[in-house]
Design a protein around this ligand. Structure first.
Ligand SMILES: [Zn+2]
Ligand SMILES: [Zn+2]
Length: 307
């Protein structure tokens, strides 16, 4: 799977960074893209990637601030003409997202040629889609802002071919039975197939946070995650100032990741006060001061593999 950043700026776009949007490409697990937030011009950003709107199956909106939703009406409309015809789309978001969409589509006389399901989410909601469990928790941002934690199913361990061959069971259709069945009968013997498979591979856990200052629900979303995508509007300077604006400081994000044994932290929603060169310097300084913190500061079109 891959995470593709389409917009990484906080609040306002800059020449280097568009407003917030992040894509999860689910290949090879599913031939779909899921989008998290839809900042203005998200559809223009998509034109620079291999993302197909027809394969955009779910959109998750974290909160109703403009830098996260102003690209939504245009994206939904264009999807009708860019491969989305008759292909259902589900949109998740806070209370108000339905009214926002219905109003903008109605007043602009836009019609969609595919079924759109709108789901207004609440703290503690859990959805299971295509075997992926989606846990949703409220954050702390002045207005309702949510995080979406995706838990992928575990997959069976690989077949221990060397062990099978050592016992005289040579490759052939029988190997499929050893993969799929609990027991196999072969030349008069009963085999318990679990003994011939490596341990199950746990499914990935990937969490997309909305804008937030530190709060207790963050731990529910981050615990043991393989990857979290989290804002750090402030990469340096006054820690408490960031909380006045209901945002996170890099020190908050480092604490969250360390407390919860997060394997990789991807940082977005970077204040427009920083330019690309400042960010590179700050990233280096953060790395030197926190050698155990595995992180990247995202930039637009950064792609991160999470397999
Ligand atoms: Zn924002
Ligand atoms: Zn916000």
């Amino acid at each position: 799977m891959e995470i593709i950043f389409l917009g990484t700026s906080a609040g306002l776009p800059t020449k280097e960074r568009n407003t917030q949007s992040t894509v999860l490409s689910l290949e090879p697990f599913l031939s779909e893209f899921w989008l998290f937030d839809a900042g203005e011009a998200v559809q223009h950003q998509i034109l620079h990637t291999r993302i197909k709107l027809g394969k955009l199956r779910r959109i998750f909106i974290t909160h109703m601030h403009g830098d996260h939703i102003f690209g939504l009406p245009g994206l939904l409309s264009s999807r009708s003409f860019q491969g989305g015809e008759n292909k259902p789309l589900t949109l998740y978001g806070p209370a108000g997202i339905r009214e926002f969409i219905e109003t903008t589509l109605k007043l602009s006389e836009s019609r969609l040629n595919y079924p759109l399901e709108v789901v207004e989410v609440e703290d503690g909601d859990i959805y299971i889609e295509d075997e992926i469990t989606i846990n949703i928790h409220l954050l702390a941002h002045g207005i309702p802002s949510y995080g979406y934690r995706l838990e992928f199913p575990s997959s069976p361990g690989r077949l221990l071919q060397e062990k099978l061959q050592a016992e005289g069971i040579m490759p052939g259709p029988i190997y499929r039975d050893f993969k799929m069945q609990d027991t196999v009968e072969y030349e008069g013997m009963i085999y318990h197939t679990q003994d011939y498979r490596a341990d199950e591979v746990p499914g990935k856990i990937v969490t997309f946070f909305g804008d937030t200052m530190p709060n207790r629900n963050e731990d529910l979303l981050a615990v043991n995650a393989d990857v979290i995508v989290h804002e750090s509007t402030y990469l340096e300077g006054d820690h408490l100032l960031s909380h006045q604006y209901h945002h996170s400081h890099i020190a908050d994000v480092i604490g969250l990741a360390e407390r919860n044994q997060v394997k990789l932290t991807l940082i977005n929603h970077v204040s427009n006060r920083y330019h690309q060169l400042d960010v590179a310097e700050l990233e280096e300084a953060i790395r030197l001061a926190n050698p155990d913190f595995n992180f990247k500061i995202a930039h637009d079109f950064m792609t991160v593999s999470i397999d």
